[in-house]
Design a binder for this molecule. Structure first.
Ligand code: SF4
Length: 314
């Protein structure tokens, strides 16, 4: 185990409309337990707005949880002071969906890549230059690119720079939030292949956040499924295609295949997260709903080795 989240909770106060005097509570991450094993690629999947990006930000300590703990091996990160936390940040690095938004447009690529080394006081100027040249080569970019600015690059090149920036601190865990969804389909495969090559070469652990089930079924070692701020199923890749939770089944039914070009099951909309359902949060959309589902929240339980599910059917 490299990272462990225990009962993570994150809530936001939101106004239902701009003139509203009263604010409501939105629970983005609702008491989540999650373990990331060393060296694995853990996929995190769910519909947009289910809380997977917020969970990613909590694990990166970019946002503080309202409750719960995050453990990095034997260290509880959530109790560290900002000063002490800084030295841990280099071990957990992000790659975001939109590389254009995450790269400073006023800095050259060389400056962008050197900045993390400067912040963490790593190496002198000569070593930093050498490191930038090495990392550009590793992500398949030519050395001269260090002189150009983000707007002069293609989307795929910008995402390679974002990957290089994450790698330059030699992290042990990368949290990649939809790292290919803003790219052309032809470039997506190149970036995925690059990330997988880096994982093999450096033995890096990934938390790979995506809404693309087919992709995770190809590349992930394990997959966690999130719904309305909760993890409702975790399994190994071999069990993903035949996943058991009614929500995971519903997600798979929305993926077009060669035989089935359009959806044959109405997927429905998730409930308003400002008014979470009682009991099982999936019960308003579940075709197997029973009386108990409306009253009691099902705990996450292990139905076979490595396969956890939160559903009263099991
Ligand atoms: Fe459906 Fe009940 Fe299982 Fe929830 S607990 S997914 S409502 S069967």
């Amino acid at each position: 185990m490299i990272l462990k989240a225990k009962a993570l909770l994150k809530r936001y106060k939101v106004r239902p409309h701009p003139f509203s005097l009263k604010s409501l509570t939105l629970t983005a991450v609702n008491v989540v337990d999650l373990e990331i094993k060393k060296g694995e690629l853990l996929g995190l999947v769910g519909e947009s707005g289910c809380g997977k990006s917020t969970l990613g930000k909590l694990l990166l300590l970019l946002e503080r949880p309202d409750a719960g703990e995050i453990w990095w091996q034997d260290t509880c990160l959530t109790t560290l002071s900002p000063g002490k936390l800084k030295s841990w940040r280099r071990f957990i690095q992000p790659i975001f969906q939109d590389p254009f938004a995450s790269l400073n447009p006023k800095h050259s690529i060389g400056q962008i890549l050197k900045e993390p080394l400067i912040v963490h006081h790593l190496g002198g100027e000569k070593e930093r230059e050498k490191r930038v040249a090495q990392i550009l080569q590793e992500v398949g970019l030519p050395p001269k690119i260090k002189h150009v600015y983000p707007h002069e690059l293609s989307g795929g090149q910008r995402q390679r720079v974002a990957i290089a920036r994450a790698l330059i601190l030699e992290p042990q865990l990368i949290i990649a939030d939809e790292p290919t969804s803003s790219l052309d389909v032809s470039v997506q495969a190149q970036i995925i292949n690059l990330l997988l090559k880096i994982q093999t070469q450096r033995q890096i652990t990934y938390l790979f956040i995506s809404h693309n089930l087919s992709l995770l079924a190809e590349i992930a070692d394990r997959i966690a499924v999130m719904y309305l701020g909760k993890i409702i199923e975790i399994m190994e890749r071999k069990d993903f295609l035949s996943a058991h939770h009614p929500y995971t089944t519903l997600l798979w039914s929305s993926v077009p295949t060669l035989e089935q070009k359009k959806l044959d099951i109405p997927v429905g909309e998730p409930p308003n997260p400002l008014h979470l359902p009682t009991g099982c949060c999936f019960h308003p959309r579940c075709k197997y709903v029973k009386e108990i589902c409306k009253k009691e929240e099902p705990p996450l339980k292990e139905i076979k080795t490595g396969h956890w599910i939160a559903c009263h059917l099991f």
